[in-house]
Design a binder for this molecule. Structure first.
Ligand code: ADP
Ligand code: MG
Length: 680
């Protein structure tokens, strides 16, 4: 099958240049990729139901005879409507088609067909609008439905697919060793790749699915382990002495036990090993990750190396810089800030000093990874809020040194089991404790009727010298009834909060403008900040005590949690208002859970159950290869694949055994887009 990954999709009959482009849009460039483009769902013609028992609102299949020829007429707007009536032993049903000029010739009265579609009702009788249909004898049994794109229908994909299947060799080569297939009761690829598209019955489909899911997760698991082992190559950056307690003694507060525990886990990585540290620190918003990272930078610097600290926004980089340089300057650590807005002349000087080793700690945005930034001796690379960066950016930062120790930090809590997979290439430390005195944020779900009294509540707090955020889901006006930051800001400034200092922050502002606004908020020159989710990441304004979120139903669970993490950082009691008039059961459940708990991990678990893993696993976020069929929330399959991966690793030569040649090739293909440099 490997060679089919070199065969362009255009070589298929009926796929011209234009259609090929549409396939490309779906990520399909070759015949091999087409075969790996799996159906989204299936139309099952194998289980026809009686018309009388067809459930309204459900997709189902009936086997019925057309009573009399389909009649076509014209309706308003010049559209054509064709109606027919079908029956089986149990009753009648209407079938309706729109703008189909040939339907009356395709369906013959008195003949039996299988119809598949969503059952609705029309004038008291069951109806299917635009059902799929086929001959009872020759028609499909289970028909694939592909994720289509504009201009390329599922049926067209299906037709290309049946050609692609014909190009498969008689026996498709099996990448997974036979004994694994046997032990885990898994079908071969030869069977699975055909049957996932065109199964004859539900059982075949189930088996094909099981195989492909297993394969994908096995490859993922093995691939991540391999990435991890590459990163375990020797490094010459030896850290001889732990200076973290010296650093902590410089701080105005005592580190928490959790901060100390995580610090020593990291220090151990660097001191007791010749391979670079490669660790993730997970800690809920406000758990104090920055201090830990700084303690590690300090240690590395005192051992004679440089450190880099990369943050996702200028504001955040600046804030880190201000907080840390204040402490470190006195300790003889030379700290500098590199962000886009540094002037060219200053930048040149800075880069010069950096290359000469006259800067110990460089804090900045992704400006740090641009070409021309050279360290003399980078010993530790820290990435803050890593979910905002791709794997490539992380890799680029690492490449600024010679196998430096690396640390990534994330406030996006991921259930532990999943973290092992997602961050398979990293060791994980968790800060599971908050600094003392941190109060949980009281959260309330309110309808828009209560908005005015909420404004009153906010004003009371502003009058006390505190600050507040109001978050809107969008920037600009829209037809839908969704709060836009622009409009909202105008209204607050000129009406509701007239006389107060109101600011506006959103992603469409220029970086400089954003910074100025944020700075004013940090400095207390703005009392109420109307913003979009740009405030989500990491900024620390302890004086902000209220966060209100408009159209709260439009935000993800974990996202709301991140937003809420912007308040409750100071001594004052803090509040979060989720404003929503949504009725949906699931949405309400989500919002109510937010009110009940402040625990990021619990919220992440809920999010996973309610919305699936998409949020955690956007490939951009984590640099994971895209899963085509496996669901990373499917713990049973994950465990199975993990077990198999363990067994393969226990082979004398592990994944490098000859029998794993096929697996290795597949892993390379799967990881080809996500920075698999050095993998083979
Ligand atoms: P995050 O984990 O979200 O990055 P930060 O590192 O920004 O959290 O810390 C949040 C706030 O808590 C900061 O103001 C920081 O100075 C403070 N902080 C961190 N550790 C402690 C501690 N051990 N005791 C008291 N305050 C702390
Ligand atoms: Mg932080």
């Amino acid at each position: 099958m490997a060679s089919l990954f070199e065969k362009k999709i255009e070589t298929l009959w009926g796929v011209g240049e234009k259609r090929a482009k549409l396939f490309n849009r779906l990520g399909v460039f070759t015949v091999g990729e087409l075969l790996r483009f799996y159906p989204r769902t299936y139309e099952d013609y194998t289980n026809p139901v009686d018309i009388s028992s067809a459930q309204y609102g459900e997709y189902c299949c009936v086997r019925a005879v057309l009573e009399s020829p389909v009649v076509t007429s014209r309706i308003s707007g010049g559209r054509l409507i064709s109606r027919g009536r079908i029956f089986d032993e149990s009753g009648f049903m209407t079938i309706t088609f729109f703008n189909n000029r040939v339907i009356d010739k395709m369906l013959k009265s008195g003949r039996e067909y299988t119809f598949y579609g969503k059952v609705t009702t029309s004038r008291g009788e069951a109806e299917m609008v635009s059902p799929m249909f086929s001959d009872v004898e020759t028609g499909h049994r289970i028909r694939p439905v592909y994720p289509a794109t504009a201009g390329l229908s599922s049926v067209q994909i299906e037709s290309a697919m049946s050609q692609a299947i014909k190009l498969l060799p008689q026996e498709v080569k099996e990448p997974i060793p036979d004994w694994i297939l046997e032990r885990y009761d898994i079908e071969g690829l030869n069977f699975a790749i055909r049957k996932i598209h065109f199964p004859d019955n539900a059982d075949e489909l189930k088996k094909a699915r099981k195989r492909l899911v297993f394969e994908e997760l096995l490859l993922l698991s093995l691939g991540l382990r391999r990435l991890k082992s590459i990163k375990r190559e020797e490094t010459s950056i030896t850290i001889k002495k732990d200076y973290s307690s010296e650093f902590y003694s410089l701080l105005p507060f005592k580190p928490t036990d959790a901060q100390l525990k995580v610090t020593s886990e990291c220090v151990n990585d660097m001191i007791n090993s010749t391979s670079p540290m490669n660790r993730l620190i997970q800690g809920d918003v406000g758990s104090g990750k920055t201090a830990v990272a700084a303690a590690l930078c300090y240690t590395v610097i005192k051992n004679g190396w440089q450190a880099a600290f990369m943050a996702p926004t200028e504001i955040l980089a600046q804030q880190h810089y201000e907080a840390l340089s204040k402490i470190l300057d006195g300790a003889g650590v030379r700290t500098e800030l590199l962000i886009g807005s540094v002037t060219a002349a200053n930048k040149r000087k800075l880069l010069d000093r950096l290359a000469k080793g006259e800067i110990d700690l460089l804090i900045g945005t992704n400006a740090i990874i641009s070409d021309g930034v050279e360290f003399k001796a980078l010993g530790l690379a820290v990435t803050d809020e890593q979910h905002r960066f791709g794997v490539r950016q992380r890799a680029k930062l690492i490449s600024k040194g010679n196998k430096p120790h690396t640390l990534v930090m994330s406030a996006t809590p991921i259930p532990r089991t999943l973290a092992l997979i997602v961050y398979g290439d990293l060791d994980i430390s968790i800060i599971d404790e908050f600094p003392p005195g941190r109060q949980s944020v009281s959260t309330f779900l309110i309808g828009s009727k209560k908005r005015l009294s909420m404004y009153g509540f906010i004003k009371d707090h502003l009058d006390k010298g505190l600050q507040a955020y109001i978050i809107c889901p969008t920037v600009e006006e829209n037809e839908l009834n969704i709060a836009s930051a622009n409009e909202y800001f105008e209204k607050m400034r000129s009406e509701e909060f007239k006389g107060y200092k109101v600011g506006l922050l959103h992603g469409k502002l220029k970086a400089k403008e954003k910074d100025a606004v944020m700075r004013d908020f940090v400095d207390g020159k703005i009392q109420l900040l109307v913003a979009t989710t740009v405030v989500e990441v990491g900024v620390d304004v302890p004086n902000a005590a209220i966060m209100a979120v408009e159209n709260a139903e439009r935000f993800g669970f974990s996202q709301l949690h991140q937003l809420r993490g912007r308040v409750g950082r100071g001594k004052e009691k803090s509040y979060c208002f989720l404003i929503s008039d949504a009725h949906g059961e699931e949405t309400l459940k989500r919002l109510k859970t937010m009110c009940r708990t402040n625990n990021g991990f619990e919220i992440a678990d809920m999010d996973l159950k309610l919305r699936g893993p998409g949020d955690f696993f956007g490939s951009r976020q984590h640099g994971l290869p895209e899963m085509h069929i496996a669901d990373l929330a499917d713990m049973d399959s994950l465990c199975l694949a993990q077990c198999a991966a363990d067994e393969i690793e226990r082979l004398p030569n592990g994944l490098d055994s000859i029998e794993c040649r096929g697996l290795r090739a597949e892993i390379l293909r799967l990881f080809s887009n996500v920075g698999s440099e050095g993998m083979n």
